[in-house]
Design a protein around this ligand. Structure first.
Ligand code: UT7
Length: 332
């Protein structure tokens, strides 16, 4: 059995906010943000919602795959910033694109969300339950951010990326001898460190109980703890996935990593002893969009012709939870 990504898409808000714009809002500078993170600008919603961005990205992915929305079996939206608690964003997307046959639900694993959704969809396709899936990472983080907190507001942006995956019954062997599909995956979670990157929703409040401790409903982050976690856990899980597949770093053509910080990506490359040229980046232009970073980068690479049939990709993410994961994929 082969799993192929046959279409990708992305949607970004039109408004670009530069580091110089950020310096008008909080006590920061282009030099600090660029030096510590690599980010120069980000896209910020002026009305786009998680579901509208997700639907646009999905429509693009379906067009590339040459599929009609009615043919979609499963829609998985990875998001930690939906506009509604009910219904889920995936159902909003199903309605917006007219994928009336699809089963649709959300999944929240923060910045690892797209990767977890890809692996979940893969498992469904493997069982034979579904033949295809639309998977999406979509976020409007700008509404979860305290715009007076310079330690977090400079980091994040809004956007969505999608991929359409399909199953074929026979194995598809590429010209370089590699079989298309997902070769290996590693996923992990460490809830004990959950509060190093957190954002509150509603506290318990009903006729019988009222929570007295109120937490602000904005992103809180201990940046250094997340940094340490990412630079240790990401290379470790990539290595574990490669070992399980009997592969080495040299067998990988591209490392498509969660785009949070250029220093984290450089540290991962160094720890793996991998050539940094194999780590494409776009965070300078669009910042950290949580679950949307990996699929948006994948779509950019795909549309720019930078991924060839038979290329071996490692997708890897980390984020709130804490969660992390790596998947090895041969492009079909
Ligand atoms: O998707 C997962 C998302 N999270 C991450 O990827 C976060 C990983 N962590 C990081 O990327 C880094 O920890 C940050 C970029 C968030 C921060 O860099 P840092 O080198 O860890 O800085 P720091 O938090 O240690 O702060 C150093 C200084 C502090 O000032 P003092 O106490 O040394 O005087 C901060 O108050 O920088 C100050 N600072 C700022 N200065 C200018 C914090 N934010 C800013 C800012 N502009 N925006």
């Amino acid at each position: 059995m082969t799993i192929k990504i046959t279409g990708t898409g992305r949607a970004l808000p039109e408004k670009t906010v530069t580091n110089f714009d950020m310096a008008k809002l909080v006590d920061t500078s282009d030099e600090w943000i660029r030096g510590r993170t690599g980010i120069a600008e980000r896209r910020i919603s002026t009305g786009d919602t998680v579901s509208s961005l997700a639907a646009k990205a999905c429509a693009e992915a379906l067009t590339m795959a040459g599929k009609d929305a009615e043919e979609v079996d499963l829609i998985l939206v990875a998001t930690c910033s939906p506009e509604l608690l009910l219904p889920c964003c995936a159902c909003q997307v199903q309605s917006a694109i007219g994928a009336h046959q699809a089963v649709a639900f959300d999944l929240n694993a923060a910045c690892s969300g797209f990767l977890f959704a890809l692996n979940t969809a893969y498992a469904y396709l493997q069982t034979g339950l579904y033949q295809n899936a639309l998977i999406v990472g979509s976020e409007v983080l700008s509404k979860l951010i305290d715009w007076t907190d310079r330690s977090t507001c400079v980091l994040f942006g809004d956007g969505a990326g999608a991929a359409f995956i399909e199953k074929t019954e026979a194995d598809e062997v590429c010209a370089n001898g590699r079989t298309a599909g997902i070769e290996e995956m590693v996923m992990g979670s460490d809830g004990t460190k959950g509060m190093v990157l957190a954002c509150a929703e509603r506290t318990v409040s009903n006729p019988y109980f009222k929570e007295t401790e109120t937490i602000k409903p904005y992103v809180y982050m201990n940046g250094q703890e997340v940094y340490k976690f990412a630079t240790r856990q990401v290379p470790a899980c990539i290595k574990e996935a490669l070992d399980k597949a009997n592969l080495t770093v040299d067998d990988v053509d591209l490392f498509v990593l969660h785009q949070a910080n250029v220093r984290i990506i450089e540290s991962v490359a160094k720890r793996l002893k991998a050539d940094i040229a194999k780590f494409p980046m776009n965070l300078d232009r669009i910042g950290n969009m949580s679950s949307a970073t990996i699929p948006v980068l994948l779509d950019e690479l795909n549309r720019d012709g930078k991924i060839k049939k038979g290329d071996r990709l490692v997708l890897s993410g980390f984020g709130a939870g804490l969660t992390y994961g790596a998947s090895i994929l041969v492009w079909g």
